[in-house]
Design a protein around this ligand. Structure first.
Ligand code: TYD
Length: 134
């Protein structure tokens, strides 16, 4: 887990943030998606990836991210449009506590590919366990 701070090009008109692939973030962006209008009490995600890097930016409102690398867990609060949370592939993630106005923007290093998902937690633990043991 790592934060990337983006430069807000602010002036009297307001703010503008630009994110350039391989300059402001460590990968080429192949896909962008965003989550919004999330209903109260919803928790989503519940998966890891075999080969996917992502940057999460809560461009409006706030939400929390639960991260788990199989050994340690972390809870991250996102509420800044100029801050990106970098998540590597073999990290179990859950998103929760979305404010009603939250817009969570995700920049992803690969196209959508269901076979890249690990959606079973026990399978995830096995996967990271095997990765660590070579
Ligand atoms: P889902 O995997 O349930 O989202 P989350 O990780 O937030 O729980 O995705 C919801 C739906 O959107 C599901 O039908 C798959 C589809 N989807 C795409 O078509 N492309 C994408 O890039 C993503 C992330 C999801």
């Amino acid at each position: 887990m790592q934060f990337y701070k983006f430069i807000p090009h602010g002036d009297e008109r307001g703010q503008l943030v630009a994110i350039e692939a391989l300059k402001d973030i460590p990968f080429e962006v192949k896909r962008v998606y965003y989550i919004y209008d999330t209903k109260e009490g919803v928790r989503r995600g519940f998966h890891a990836h075999k080969n996917l890097e992502q940057i999460l930016v809560c461009v409006h409102g706030s939400c929390k991210i639960h991260l788990d690398n199989g050994t340690q867990t972390e809870e991250v609060f996102l509420n800044k449009p100029d801050e990106g949370l970098y998540i590597t592939s073999d990290t179990w993630r859950e998103m929760y506590d979305f404010s009603p106005d939250a817009v969570l923007l995700v920049l992803a290093s690969e196209h959508y590919n269901e076979s890249d998902y690990i959606r079973n937690y026990d399978e995830f633990l096995k996967y990271v366990g095997e990765s660590k043991n070579g």
